[in-house]
Design a protein around this ligand. Structure first.
Ligand code: 7TS
Length: 421
């Protein structure tokens, strides 16, 4: 695989050249939209795919496609090997101790639902009756728990945030008690960019023997993750935000927990034997992978992990930190613009409101300039409620974005001002 040369100092002109090389790995970036060079600033919704990911998926279908774990023929063996190699890549990528702790699912959403309906339900049945989440969660880390609460009579408790969009850690700690079945909290907020103090969150929960799920959908593309160092019990990731294909995600779970959990869905692959008088389930992780999985998706995710490793997450984080600082300063200088989410620890998200101009109008005008941003509540309506706004405009960055693209966004925002003057 060929990828771009990395740099550890994004402030040098050399690093600038590196980003040009990185950008060449992403064919989709090199197009015009409405006659302007595309400026893709919707990375929190989904990341773009490097050529090596596209090639890996194409090659899989051209040469290896077969169903896995079931065949002795050559193609099935190759497909199985590639799928299991992808699992091992993900395992190393997040620092998991063993590959059985990596469950391929459909998305981060499915990972949370799986844990809620198996482990969460078990914890409630064992006598705990509260689930603790935070006010800044994506709907994917609210609704599955709310469903479980409705089904079981348990209660959803919500740790509040301040007006910078930071979790109020003491309030969070005060919610923990022997009643708590689970804590489920986002590592990085998609609407605010806040990086949560997950070590403190986990440590506080573990003092009460409460297991913690981290929703890492927005963290994995930006931060180095080490699930063993964090000591989190479950971790959810979406491939497509990590520059891999859509339709595949990862649930990390501690082996002993996964082992004691009941299956989530039934079907082929998740069983050892089926007789009408007795069904025996398969070992983890296969117990949670009912039916034919997204084989090409998992293999494509493996290629994305290789690509990100090649660049180095430390390099990515350093470059994005620089870019976020530049963007924050540039946007802060625009009259009428109010940033929503100004946490001290932030990843590459800039959410804002702009006078009384509706974000959808902003998005439409920016699109005319070739700039892709997201507008709306970002599936985090409680965050919007906190700030008493219906929606924001959100620019979310990736390592292939540039200062010139931030300048284009700023120019686009001045255009918006002119249109509404
Ligand atoms: N958790 C967080 C923090 C997210 O940001 C998202 C998606 C999800 C979970 C769900 O991921 P999925 O792949 O299962 O859909 N966030 C966004 C977003 O910010 N804009 O579009 C999707």
């Amino acid at each position: 695989m060929t990828t771009s040369v990395k740099s550890s100092d994004p402030q040098t002109s050399g690093a600038r050249l590196e980003i040009e090389r990185v950008r060449r790995d992403f064919p989709i970036l090199h197009q015009t939209v409405n006659g302007r060079p595309l400026v893709y600033l919707d990375n929190a919704a989904t990341g773009q795919k490097p050529q090596c990911v596209i090639d890996t998926i194409q090659r899989y279908y051209e040469t290896d496609n077969a169903n896995i774990h079931r065949g002795v023929h050559e193609l099935s063996v190759r497909a199985t090997d590639a799928y299991e190699r992808a699992r091992a890549k993900v395992q190393r990528f997040i620092g998991a101790g063993r590959s059985e702790e990596i469950v391929f699912v459909r998305s981060a959403t499915e990972a949370v639902n799986l844990v809620a309906q198996t482990f969460g339900r078990q914890r409630i049945e064992a006598g705990h009756n509260e689930i603790v989440i935070s006010e800044m969660e994506h709907h994917s880390n609210i609704v599955p728990w709310d469903l479980l609460c409705k089904q079981t009579g348990a209660k959803l408790l919500v740790a509040p945030i301040n007006d910078q969009g930071e979790l109020l850690l003491d309030d969070y700690k005060n919610l923990l008690s022997p009643r708590t079945a689970m804590v489920a909290i986002g590592h990085v907020s998609n609407a605010l960019g806040t990086i949560n103090p997950v070590r403190d969150i986990i440590e506080a929960a573990h003092q009460h023997d409460i297991p913690v799920l981290l929703d890492g959908a927005q963290a994995a593309p930006h931060l180095k993750i080490d699930v063993r160092e964090l000591d989190c019990d479950f971790y959810a990731i979406s491939s497509h935000k990590l520059f891999g294909p859509t339709g595949v995600g990862v649930l990390y779970g501690k082996y002993d927990f996964l082992n004691q959990m009941p299956p989530y869905q039934g079907g082929g692959e998740m069983i050892k034997s089926v007789h009408f008088d007795k069904i025996t389930y398969n070992d983890v992780p296969f117990k949670f992978e009912a039916g034919t999985p997204n084989i090409a998706g998992a293999i494509g995710l493996g290629a994305a992990v290789d690509y990100v490793n090649d660049l180095g997450l430390d390099n990515i984080a350093a470059y994005e930190h620089e870019l976020l600082g530049y963007a924050t300063e540039a946007l802060s200088s625009i009259p009428q613009l109010r940033l929503i989410g100004t946490a001290r620890e932030k990843a590459a998200v800039l959410s804002f409101v702009f006078g009384d101009i509706h974000p959808h109008d902003m998005g439409t005008i920016l699109n005319q300039e070739g700039i892709a941003v997201r507008t709306g509540h970002h599936c985090a309506q409680p965050v919007m409620d906190h700030f008493d706004i219906p929606a924001t405009t959100r620019a979310s960055l990736a390592f292939y974005n540039t200062k010139e693209e931030i300048d284009a966004l700023v120019a686009g925002l001045h255009k918006v001002t002119e249109v509404f003057a």
